[in-house]
Write a protein that binds this ligand. Structure first.
Ligand SMILES: Cc1cc2nc3c(=O)[nH]c(=O)nc-3n(C[C@H](O)[C@H](O)[C@H](O)COP(=O)(O)O)c2cc1C
Length: 358
């Protein structure tokens, strides 16, 4: 019977345990590069079996919130190298999350104040955080069919940049109502070209992105995050989420990705927001399966022990417990994260959560 504390192989990446740090946007990257505090923050959390970085935009168009880091320029690669070196020196492993927000953006972040890019022209009923505080997201522009190969190439460029920056792997952000999810779901995608309509068409962009990244950096360093039923960022619910995501995962299975990472339920909210059979995804995917959302210690221990998941990702508890692995091992109390310091700011609520005393 495997334990949460046992090693695990995710493609080319050897994890010391099955406790994963979930991607957590912290809005502290002034100049769109991770700074010295980020180096310290990730180093403190290097006992995780795998750290998945905060979302990092793959292009300027991919940014949707204030002070999030990019992973597409030489300056960003050099800054991330300091993070990956620190994590590796501390004995950890780290993947970058490749992020394109699509329509969850604002003119402030877009080149020449242009409209954000999406599968649709329809504006999301959602907010983003800018220099002016919380504001409505902008009305997007639907990407033209002939622009989509360029989007795929942007993912490839960022994946290559990630490897150059020393990341052990990449996680493609296919979740939470951002660009790739805006193509997947018929609650958003209203296209009439080969990328809209049927499930096969809506899944096409994601599958092309995954295939292209695999060809560029190898399947054993490529993972994917999905969130089949989360309604966040005005994603709504697909009319048949089970059929859609079963298809996506069936198509991905032959690629032999390093991992599939699934948010079960509403991101950061109820796990039972809509009915969904996650075991059906695991069965179809065949490779390593990381589960996330609202997992307690007991739930994580049980899910790994009964084989329903290979690893569990923890989000909020990694914010406030840099030594989460040790605390889970000892069944020690967990500190609660301060929501006031989650997005933006400095060291407070970022690098000052104490580890257990020896
Ligand atoms: C402050 C904060 C930032 C987040 N940023 C990201 C992100 O960049 N990418 C992502 O896929 N999910 C993001 N999430 C969602 C988390 O990865 C995770 O799915 C969620 O917190 C549920 O897991 P938990 O119950 O263990 O906290 C974020 C959540 C929080 C609280």
């Amino acid at each position: 019977m495997p334990s949460l504390f046992d090693p695990l192989q995710l493609g080319a990446v050897s994890l010391a345990n099955r406790i994963v740090m979930a991607p957590l946007t912290r809005n502290r990257s002034q100049g769109l590069v991770p700074g010295p505090l980020a180096v310290e923050y990730y180093r403190q959390r290097a006992t995780a079996g795998l750290i998945i970085s905060e979302g990092a935009q793959i292009t300027q168009e991919g940014q949707g919130y204030l002070d999030t880091p990019g992973i597409h320029t030489p300056e960003q690669i050099a800054a991330w190298k300091k993070v990956t070196d620190a994590v590796h020196e501390a004995g950890g492993k780290i993947a970058v999350q490749l992020w394109h927000v699509g329509r969850i953006s604002h003119a402030e972040f877009q080149p020449e104040g242009a409209k954000p890019l999406s599968s649709t022209n329809r504006q999301a009923n959602s907010k983003t955080f800018t220099k002016e505080g919380f504001v409505d997201v902008a009305a997007p522009r639907a990407l033209k069919t002939e622009e989509l190969p360029g989007v795929v190439q942007s993912y490839v460029h960022a994946a290559r940049a990630a490897i150059e920056a020393g990341f052990d792997a990449v996680e493609v952000h296919g979740a939470n109502g951002y660009l790739l999810d805006q193509f997947l779901r018929d609650s958003i995608n209203d296209r009439t070209d080969a990328y809209g309509g049927s499930i096969q068409n809506r899944a096409r962009l994601l599958l092309e992105v995954m295939q292209a990244i695999v060809a560029a950096i190898g399947a054993d360093r490529t993972g994917l995050r999905l969130s089949p039923v989360t309604p966040v960022n005005d994603a709504g619910q697909d009319s048949d989420a089970q059929a859609l995501f079963n298809y996506v995962v069936e198509q991905l299975s032959p690629l032999k990705l390093a991992f599939l990472h699934v948010i079960e339920g509403q991101t950061g909210g109820p796990r039972d927001v809509a009915p969904f059979d996650y075991a059906a995804l695991r069965e179809r995917f065949k490779g390593p399966y990381i589960a996330n959302n609202g997992y307690t210690r007991d739930m994580a221990l049980a899910a790994v022990a009964d084989g329903s998941v290979d690893a569990v990702a923890f989000g909020r508890s990694f914010i406030s417990n840099p030594d989460l692995v040790r605390r889970l091992r000892l069944n020690a109390p967990l500190q609660k994260a301060n929501s006031a310091t989650m997005y933006g700011g400095g060291a407070e609520g970022y690098t000052d959560y104490p580890a257990l005393a020896d």
